[in-house]
Unconditional design. Structure first.
Length: 258
């Protein structure tokens, strides 16, 4: 049995990068009269860098009007990131970001089956709270047995710190959990912690794959276009399907060892 389902946030629960964080960064630039703008293509490149502050500092290397001193750059990144988080919360509060297809239903599967859930992300807690409060209600934390954010795990994915923290909080062995991720860094983080992963592709990460993944597909909200295939009669990927994938994966591993 799967004892816990561990959710990544950005790109996995919702298309927050494209429709939330990128827009909020551009609003922050404008608010501070900084002539930088990140279009979808540029932001996709910047997502190779984990963390909003880190992304800002990386981009400053290519901005001619960025501060020369590293200390000034860090101060500007801190200010921009803080303002971005406020603007992101406003975007979410206005209902401009929603959960991806199939996410809410899979959460309900877990609750009915009494399978614990966790949030495992290296984004800030305020961003997680903004999104999930708008989609699940103000009491959203009660639905999760563990919540690990940047404050508890400052080392960004692909470092497995966040997943190790979640496992410790749940007092759970890695093979008893399954992680849901969209990006290569998150997949690597979960696998480094020994946790099986289901990869659901997102806008910025449409082709992430791993030979060690339980399954890879475009959306939890539909049962076609998954590898291995899903039962299309269900119409979506639910807890039963993930449990089956996990069981099949364990059997394949046992066969290989044998």
């Amino acid at each position: 049995m799967i004892e816990a389902l561990l959710w990544d946030v950005d790109g996995t629960l919702a298309e927050t990068e494209r429709d939330g964080h990128r827009i909020a960064f551009n609003q922050a630039f404008k608010a501070l009269n900084i002539p930088w703008r990140w279009n979808e293509q540029r932001y996709g490149v910047l997502l190779r860098v984990s963390g909003g502050r880190e992304r800002l500092l990386y981009d400053m290397r290519f901005q001619e009007d960025a501060p020369d001193e590293i200390g000034e750059r860090e101060q500007l990144a801190e200010r921009l990131h803080g303002l971005k988080n406020q603007l992101y919360a406003d975007i979410v509060a206005r209902g401009l970001l929603t959960l991806r297809d199939g996410v809410r239903e899979l959460m309900e599967d877990c609750e009915l089956a009494k399978v614990r859930m966790g949030i495992v992300t290296t984004t800030s807690r305020c961003n997680v709270d903004a999104l999930l409060a708008s989609q699940l209600g103000r009491d959203w934390p009660a639905r999760f047995a563990t919540i690990v954010c940047a404050e508890q795990a400052p080392r960004k994915k692909p470092h497995p710190q966040a997943y190790f923290a979640a496992l410790q909080s749940l007092q759970l062995e890695p093979h008893r959990a399954v992680a849901i991720e969209d990006a290569a860094a998150g997949v690597s983080a979960a696998q480094a912690a020994g946790i099986p992963v289901v990869i659901t592709h997102s806008h910025y990460f449409p082709s992430v794959n791993s030979k060690r993944a339980l399954a890879v597909g475009a959306s939890l909200g539909r049962a076609h276009d998954w590898t291995p295939s899903a039962d299309e009669r269900a119409g979506r990927v639910g807890l039963q399907q993930i449990t089956q994938w996990r069981g099949d994966f364990v059997c394949i591993q046992a066969s290989d060892l044998g």
